[in-house]
Design a protein around this ligand. Structure first.
Ligand code: SF4
Length: 177
């Protein structure tokens, strides 16, 4: 099934599939006003989460933690939580999705100032570790959870639309491995 290549296989092959589908569908999607207005709304929700995370200084906290010998949440293992559809949505948002590190310990998508994704894997968004709880106030955590809930609900809607489109247009993707 076409969707198998988005959710299984290596991270590199999922990224390759998302890039291929992006090349095939981006123009068509840009021409659909209803999709673009939903996608713009989704982007606004993602930016609200990212802004709040930046106010909480989570990028610096997570990088500092990942550099410790015991590792952190953004470990190489966690790169496996990414999927082709989530990467496709980041490509549609203009993110240059590519591995930004290869040190054998941290997630390959962890850049110098934090995660490169505007749309992160669901697990990455839902996980709030003890270091974050220590560094943030309960009001900040509650607001993060509220904003994340709104984002994930919208993310699911857009994801379902894209999956439907990919299934309908699957003939275009028959050359994929
Ligand atoms: S995808 Fe982003 S948030 Fe998730 S583990 Fe990788 S760098 Fe961290």
């Amino acid at each position: 099934m076409i969707t198998d290549i988005l959710y299984s296989g290596s991270v590199v092959s999922r990224l390759a599939a998302s890039r291929f589908i992006h090349r095939q569908l981006a123009e068509k999607l840009r021409g659909q006003d209803s999709f673009m207005s939903e996608f713009t709304r989704l982007l606004q929700h993602a930016k609200a989460v990212n802004n709040h995370m930046a106010e909480m200084n989570l990028g610096a906290l997570c990088i500092r933690c990942s550099a410790q010998p015991s590792g952190g949440c953004c470990s190489l293992y966690m790169a496996g939580e990414t999927d082709g559809l989530q990467m496709l949505m980041n490509l549609l948002a203009g993110i240059d999705v590519q591995a930004v590190r290869d040190d054998g310990s941290e997630c390959i998508f962890l850049g110098q100032s934090g995660c490169i994704f505007i749309f992160k894997p669901m697990f990455c968004l839902n996980y709030i570790c003890s270091h974050i709880h220590q560094a943030a106030s309960s009001a900040q955590i509650e607001e993060l959870q509220r904003l994340t809930g709104v984002l994930l609900a919208k993310h699911f809607e857009v994801e379902q639309f894209l999956l439907g489109l990919i299934r309908r247009e699957k003939g275009q993707f028959s050359i994929l491995p």
